[in-house]
Design a protein around this ligand. Sequence first.
Ligand code: BGC
Length: 718
Amino acid sequence: MSILDSNWIKAGESMGDVVPVFSKVIEVCDPKKAEISVTSKGVYCLYINGKRVSDYVLAPGWTVYKKRLQYQTYDVTNMLKNGENKIEIGVGLGWMMRDETFKDVKMIASVEIEKENGEKEVIVTDESWDYASSQTLYSNIYNGETFDTTKEITVLGKAVIDAEESKDVLIPQEGEIIKEHERLSAKEIITTPSGDTVIDFGQNLTGYVEFKFKGNAGDEFVITHAEVLDKDGEFYIENMRSAKNEIRVICDGNEHTFKPHYTFQGFRYIKLVGFTDEINLENFTAIVVYSDIKRTGHFNCSSEMLNKLYHNIIWGQMGNFLDVPTDCPQRDERNGWTGDAEVFVKTASYNFDVYKFFAKWLKDLAADQCADGRVPHVIPDLGWFDEGKDAQSSAAWADAATICPWQIYLTYGKKEILETQFDSMKKWVDYLDSIATGNLWIQEDHFGDWLGLDAEEGSYKGSTDMNLIASAYYYYSTTLLVKAGKALGEDVEKYEQNLENIKKAYMAEYLPEGTLLCNTQTACVLTLFFDLCEDKEKVTEQLLSIINEYGHMTTGFVGTPYLLHALSENGQTKTAYDLLLREEYPSWLYSVTKGATTIWEHWDGIKPDGSMWSADMNSFNHYAYGAVGDWMYGNMAGIKTDENAPGFKHIIFKPETDDRIDFVEASIDTAYGTVKSEWKKADGKIKYTFTVPTGAVATAYVGEEKYALGAGVHHFEC
Ligand code: BGC
């Protein structure tokens, strides 16, 4: 007997917005071992005898619920006492709110108790469980939560079994659990020009506020959340779109400490409305919530501006790795956008150990992939790619199917990720083969070079030919499938042969004379980085000339991650540094000069004159442009993987120095230990130190020389 033999239960009546609590009192005698397995449609909080079980928040996490729903098993031996024990499970709507047809939350659980005498007892959820009202009158991931301390918890009746709900989809927990991490104290109370009381936590983050309050019986205190203040210093929430992000508490006149249970917000500032308590900074703490990924990467250099950018990259990841890689954590979106995940996966995998995180999400990608191979824009899909719908996959978004598993393999060296994802990778490339026109991927619509600065007025899509981008990714995805297939010993000859055809067709269509007809930075970058031309020098010259013409980068989501790589791989490291160190708009450091503490969605989220980019698409916590982090680790510090010995089994050290930087130090914790690269200017020379962990070997490139290194710390200078 296990949770699979239990029953889905729900409240016997519609509870409206109120979060129901399901409960049962169980009799326990001499428990030797006790485990409880739980999951819900919605997000749950589990209590035994009034005590919260586990530090997992927003359990059971977010997966493709219709096919894969994780349940969690907790060892509760130490929480049970002899005699009566009360199990309570509150279930909020959570991510189920994304399914408009979904009405009533439900849950399923089983308690397995082994007694000292070896006897086993299993208690399952059924009609013997009660359901009660709770003090949480409303909970919604986007809109927030309402908590009424004056409300009595009333048992309303017996739960009913929902026999329609499938148990076949239940799987044990696969991903990292979501947890509370950093606790940030409030930095400052601000009274805005229009008189609002605002608290600044000094850091844009994802999580929620824990606060102490008292009030008078019946008072209603409201906290709203914002990422930025506008140019007049006013609390700015237009960019949240329809997400209300409101936490409401109704006071009973006694002191309480409250934090939300079934929702999260993306914010740096909070506004307090209706507070009759004296406002005291000590009463407010921001709790940072994200998946339990372990930090593995560190970077530091002589440029404080770059260090701040790196800080913003890290916080951008923490803010958006909440069980699925989300685009942003604040507005009415918070989706697992494939394109965003794909551009950032390399940086993400250096910053933190995201193996488990991506292994789970990629299984969801495979689960949501259409029968014909199309990959939805967001995973979990929101019904946009349901059977019968002919939504088209977009280049650079859907290619997450090949790019993410391949990168996870390179960073961690575990073949399992390729084994598990190979069918999905193949299905994706087979789909592209099936729709290819003259070996090119031509279709009506894509996201294009999303948010590229060379976009036409009023458009979000940069001006790079969408089908050029698509065909370049068709080639790239096929390349990765071939590499993955070879690593696994699969027969990929057919795909390998096709590579030549795609490349020929691409060159004939897009650069018949050796330079790109589509004269954009992104077109040049993809052509160089994906190896889609014969004469790289010519395309590099073209790229440099467009950069010079503008005096800055113009790339969007597609071109930006590879821009510096395309330059430095083709002998233009100085220009790569020029772009990276630029502080004027547009540049990576521009947002830093504007006080950003996370990565912005737009190069000009806040414009030089202080006004905002349009409110409908202006997140201040969007990790995508943080993808530049992999150039900082891989080129500034020069730590690279070798695809023939992945997981840093063979490390390549190849730092690229620049006159404007005095030192760089970076490290990545790998399965072998910590890989470290440092260089600094001293006595008119550059001194390098490379650390190779036991079990790994390295090749170091210093000046014109190449050295084979074993485990240990190695010093060079030139
Ligand atoms: C998201 C992006 C995403 C895009 C698709 C937006 O609304 O926030 O990050 O990739 O849609 O183009």
